[in-house]
Design a protein around this ligand. Sequence first.
Ligand code: BJW
Ligand code: ZN
Length: 256
Amino acid sequence: MDFSDDLLARLEHARHVMFFTGAGVSAESGIPTFRDAMHGLWARFDATELATPEAFARDPALVWGWYEWRRMKVLQAQPNPAHRAIAALAADRRVSIVTQNVDDLHERAGSTVCAHLHGHLSRPRCFDCGLPTRHPAGTPTPADGGARMTPPSCRKCGGPLRPGVVWFGETLPESDWQAAMAALASTDLLFSVGTSSMVWPAAEIPGWASRRGSCVVQVNPQTTALDEIADFNLRGPAGQVLPALLAASERRRHAR
Ligand code: BJW
Ligand code: ZN
């Protein structure tokens, strides 16, 4: 895989690199994306029945069971070469990871994540009083995405636990959003990796970086709305593109 010398020079000289990641960065770990036509979650499941507070209020067991199925898939998955390349790139430069993903695969690859804009699968809280809590011990065993499971009850008020993710119509966690904005202020090279750039307000981040003068690089096998803004479009799976970029960057450095 060839990379332009201009891109490699920008990577070498960047003072602060941001990786803005979406579901595609975890796809090669076996975690389904949302909007991919064949295997995306929204091709098989109805978002309005699963990913809104109204859906949970209507049918908590349907929603809890679906998220337990997804949590089990993440527990069984491993970080892939894309997660590992991002962690390696942070070894000798300043890197901030801002992710829309609710999995912990960046962390398990050795990265510190600056912001989880859409929350965490593994941090439930009470739907009624908001008390944060943990999942009961043991691995969930829903048979498939359609298995209903009654959510555990809050120890304080008895209300149902809900997944710690951000549903449609909900605001993003304030501290994560502020951390992302603070990191963005000094970012001079942003990689947008594996996101369709469709979900607001997170999707605005690469555009804001570009308007501030940051170089924007997109890593995605498909075209997205970001193509027009990105300075470089690296067309391919992140698990191939990012390790190749890391290797090319190291070769360039050692050639000097
Ligand atoms: C690869 C690859 C490989 C594949 N390598 N790449 C109309 C217009 C504008 C906005 C709105 C609107 N109507 C409603 C809204 C607001 C709404 C929104 O943006 N909706 C749009 C869909 C239209 N946003 C919200 O509601 C947000 N909150 C909000 O706006 O609050 C303010 C407010 C509050 C109250 C009233 C009014 C306003 C909250 C958004 C929360 C999003 N939540 C989800 C679910 C999280 C929980 C869960 O996991 O179930 O977050 S939706 C889902 O989309 C998930 C993701 O984080 C998010 C982004 O998806 P992502 O990561 O981009 O995945 P995909 O599948 O879309 O793309 C994958 C990409 O990877 C593809 O491009 C592939 O090609 C690529 N790929 N393999 C590299 N190997
Ligand atoms: Zn409670």
